[in-house]
Design a protein around this ligand. Structure first.
Ligand SMILES: Nc1nc2c(ncn2[C@@H]2O[C@H](COP(=O)(O)OP(=O)(O)OP(=O)(O)O)[C@@H](O)[C@H]2O)c(=O)[nH]1
Ligand SMILES: [Mg+2]
Length: 357
C-alpha cells in the first residue's frame, strides 16, 4: 500500500566504509607459496582494494534498489513524497549514488593497474592506502546524499498506508459538522486511523462494500474543512494528493450551526472545495436532522439550495443514512468502476435509532 513502507534503513557514509573496509581486510586471495614476496603482496593488496571497492559499490546499489522506482509510484504517494522530501531532491540523491559507483569503479581500475606495475612492496602498500583515502573522501561526499536519503526513508515509510487501488470517497465539511461520525456510521468494521502529512490530526479510513468491491471512505480532519485561501502551499499539495485518490466526495453541512460555523461560512468552504474537486461526483448531505428546527432546515435548503442536497441525515441516530447509502451505491454504479473482487466480504452493522419528535 505505502510503496515506501519496506525501504530498508540507510547507513551513513562512515558506516558503509567501516563495514566494507573491515570485510575487505579479511580477504585472503590464493597465492602460490612459492611466489615471491612482491607478487604475494601485490595479490593481497589488489584483492583488498578490489573487494573494498566492489563492496561499497554493491552497498550503494542496494540502497538505490531499496527504493521503489519513483516514476512508477502511484500519483497519490508521489504527491505526498514530494511534499515530505521533494521528489527531485530524492531522485537526484539516488542518481548521485549511481554516479559515485562509476567514480569508484574508475578509481579501482586505475589504482589496481598502478599497483600491478609498482616496483616495490612499499609502493604497492602506499598506493593501496591512497586508494582507500580516495574511497573515504568519495564516501564523505556520498554521505551527504546518504543522510538525505536516510531522512527521506524515515519520513516516507511513516506515511499513511492507503490502498490506492480501492475507489475512495472523501468526506469534507466544516469542523464539527459530523464527518467522523458519518464515516463510523457508514463503515463496516472499525475505521482505521492513519497519519497524513500536514494535518495535525489523523486520517480516519472506513470501508464499505459495493457489489464485489471494497470502497474506502476517508475523513480528512483539518484538510477539507477550511477555506482554501487559508492554506499554505504544502497543505494545498496534501489536498492535491487526495484528489488523486477521490472518486467521490460527500460534503456535510450542519444546518443547526451547532458546529460553530454559520451556514454562510460552511457554504464558502463548500464552494472552494467543490472547485478543487470539480472532476468528482459530490454528494451534498445535511446532517444533525435529529436536532434541526424547521426554520433552520428551510434556511439551509434555500442557501444550498435544495436541489443540490441529496440527503438529510443524523449521524447520531442513523436516520436517513439508509437513503444516503443507497444514493452512494447508485452514484458508484454510475462511475462504472472496473470489476474487482474484494478480499473481505463485509456486511454493514448499523443501528437505526427511531426518532422521537
Ligand atoms: N445531534 C447530533 N450531533 C451530531 C450529529 N453528528 C455529529 N454530531 C456531534 O457533533 C460533534 C462533532 O462530530 P464529529 O463527527 O466529531 O464531527 P467532525 O466533522 O468529524 O469534526 P472535526 O473532525 O472536528 O472536523 C460530536 O459531538 C457529535 O456527536 C448528528 O447527526 N446529530
Ligand atoms: Mg472528525
Amino acid at each position: 500500500m505505502n510503496p515506501f513502507a519496506s525501504v530498508p534503513s540507510v547507513p551513513s557514509g562512515q558506516e558503509v566504509l567501516d563495514v566494507c573496509f573491515r570485510r575487505a581486510s579479511k580477504v585472503k586471495p590464493r597465492v602460490s607459496k612459492r611466489a615471491d614476496k612482491l607478487i604475494k603482496v601485490k595479490y593481497v593488496e589488489t584483492a583488498k582494494l578490489d573487494s573494498a571497492s566492489s563492496l561499497i559499490s554493491d552497498q550503494l546499489s542496494s540502497i538505490v534498489k531499496g527504493f521503489p522506482s519513483l516514476d512508477s509510484v502511484d500519483p497519490f504517494y508521489k504527491e505526498i513524497a514530494d511534499i515530505i522530501i521533494g521528489l527531485d531532491r530524492l531522485r537526484q540523491a539516488l542518481g548521485a549514488l549511481d554516479g559515485y559507483r562509476q567514480v569508484i569503479k574508475n578509481l579501482n581500475r586505475d589504482y589496481i593497474r598502478r599497483m600491478r606495475s609498482a616496483p616495490s612492496i612499499e609502493d604497492i602498500r602506499k598506493l593501496r592506502r591512497m586508494a582507500y583515502g580516495r574511497l573515504s573522501s568519495i564516501m564523505r561526499k556520498a554521505g551527504i546524499r546518504l543522510d538525505l536519503i536516510g531522512v527521506a526513508r524515515e519520513r516516507l515509510r511513516k506515511i499513511v498506508s492507503i490502498n490506492t487501488d480501492e475507489p475512495t470517497i472523501v468526506v469534507a465539511g466544516s469542523p464539527n459538522v459530523g464527518k467522523s461520525s458519518l464515516v463510523r456510521l457508514i463503515s463496516s468494521g472499525k475505521p482505521e486511523v492513519a497519519e497524513y502529512p500536514f494535518t495535525t490530526r489523523s486520517l480516519i479510513i472506513g470501508h464499505l462494500t459495493h457489489g464485489k468491491r471494497r470502497i474506502q471512505v476517508i475523513d480528512t480532519p483539518g484538510l477539507l474543512d477550511r477555506p482554501i485561501s487559508e492554506r499554505n502551499p504544502l497543505e494545498l499539495q496534501a489536498i492535491t494528493a487526495l484528489r488523486h485518490l477521490g472518486k467521490m466526495m460527500i460534503f456535510l453541512f450542519d444546518p443547526t450551526e451547532i458546529c460553530g460555523y454559520t451556514l454562510g461560512t460552511q457554504l464558502s468552504v463548500f464552494s472552494e472545495i467543490k472547485e478543487l474537486f470539480k472532476e468528482i461526483t459530490t454528494l451534498v448531505v445535511l446532517n444533525k436532522i435529529d436536532v434541526v428546527t424547521k426554520e433552520q432546515l428551510t434556511k439551509a435548503e434555500q442557501i444550498i439550495p435544495k436541489d443540490n442536497i441529496i440527503s438529510e441525515i443524523s449521524a447520531v441516530t442513523g436516520e436517513g443514512v439508509d437513503v444516503l447509502i443507497d444514493t452512494i451505491h447508485k452514484s458508484l454504479d454510475s462511475l462504472a468502476l472496473p470489476e474487482r473482487v474484494s478480499k473481505q466480504s463485509i456486511t454493514p452493522s448499523r443501528k437505526v435509532i427511531p426518532r422521537h419528535d
